[in-house]
Design a protein. Sequence first.
Length: 185
Amino acid sequence: MNAIERLIINFQELVAQVPEALQPLIVALAGVIPFVEGEVASLIGIAGGINPIVAGVAAATGNFLSVLVVVAVTARARTAVVDRRLRPVPVGAGAMPASALEETPARPQSKGRARFNRWLLRFGVPGASILGPLAVPTQVTSAILVGGGTSRRWVLLWQAVAIVLWTTISTVSVWAALTYVVGVS
């Protein structure tokens, strides 16, 4: 038995000590963590001896729930900022005259924001959601998209598609590698 087989068997014995009902919950909690997400969480579950389908569903669920929270918080923050900017300034003490408001130049767009906008125009929300996990966590991609004004529903739809796609690819890959290459089920 090689070192990898022994490591996985030891890990499976450790996971077996946790009640079966809690094992998918632990995988889902791992899916909440940025950079771990559904892809690595499913690997943890499968390596721990959990059924690959259960591990994949639990990992994707945890990842999506964290994205849902990030989208909700970002949308509320964006709404608060936009509403504050649009709120009329009361006339009186401390208020700037209208001529002063017209003379202040608009802030130039940062290089990063300009690059992201070009990327978003080129690939759209579907491309940003599906390709985003190759570079940054889904939570970060979601926050950027919603913070930039993209519809929450549209972001959640495409993040769900991306999470299911990447978690499925990683789950099948890990299962196949452990089954056919390492020889551990």
